[in-house]
Unconditional design. Sequence first.
Length: 427
Amino acid sequence: MRSKYFPLHIRIVTTLFILFLFSVPALAVSEAAVLFLLISPSAQANGMGQTYGNIFDTDPAASAMNPAALGFYARDHYFGISLNRSQWLPDYDLDYLNYNLIFGYDLNKTHGLPIAIGLGYQYIYLDLGEVWATTEESPEPIGTFKSSEKAHVLTAAASFDFIVRGSVGLSIKRIHSDLGPTGAGAENEAKTSADAIDFGVILQLPLWNLAEKLSNTELFPIADFKPIFTPGLFISRRNIGDEIKYIDAFQADPLPRTVNVGATLEMGIAYHSKSFSFDMLSIRCSREAEDMLIDRHPDGSFDYLSGLNDIAFASDILLGKANDRIITKKGWQFGLGDMIFLRTGRYDDNEGKVRFRSEGFGINFMSPLKTLVLRDIIALEDNLLKKLLLNLNIEYHYSRFESDLAFSPVDDTEFRSLLLSLRSFPL
């Protein structure tokens, strides 16, 4: 008795359409494969409309969307671990996992060089669920098989601080897609692997620090406190590679190559000491535009596009105007004492007819303990132990989407992240 897996084709088409409806324009479903690479993993970013400009230096998962984020993270951290999970699109029972392990080394703290380097590993897994197998003779199921997609990502980045603060980064991906067997007798498998790279650049201008350097004096009247006023720009290109092939080598699909451009602004008040620093009060905002760099022709062939394609910096990013050419994102974060973070955001994909608001929060569970240590309510004789406690962070972050449309599979999608990190400090 031969088995026939005819439900697979329906499963693949409908699942991919629903799954990635809001990640890229509607046409992208037919334009590219392995679209799971475009899922935003960070609960922090997803609380801010999927904007990443506000979390480059705080979330190891930020390197998933811009490898240069790792350089900024390495400026302030020895290491970071984040575990990110979502029941992706609640009505369809799809499990999405993302793990990140980051190591950073700041040469400024050890050698007086304003350079930091970072290395990171990321694992992405999307469980597409089970598909029933039937026979040609009967629609009765005789078994199931699982379909999934995953990727292993290695990232390297370096940041610098010479008046302008910047970072460059590169990621190398190994992608695996297993959509299950297909055809009578399962003589073929919709299974393949591919390689891709990402690269990114971030630039920030810490204007208050620059003003103090130029004047050669402390401009703020309260010792150990310093205002923050830092605008920034960033760009990333993701999933750069040739193509991906399943069963028919003559029907190859492009990788989901994208370009992301954004602008950020950070404001607030920070506290600095020899072994410890934190933002007492901070407000961060970010605007971002995303475009798919694929031109699909009627005969099925395709070309990769270059440059920024349809992104116009002034109208799409600075003014944040939504349009039918690209995806626009906006996000805001309010932070209090590096302990509580409140977030909100907006995502607009007019072409794909996907629009939603986002909200979220974060908690650093170590902040109350740090306050007790700083006030000597908890007295510590060991200076190294004191530094460790002051710079260790254990955080929880949550976010959710609320769609503007009457029906949308993204509505009530939730994201949760756990984060463990150790900020770098002079030994």
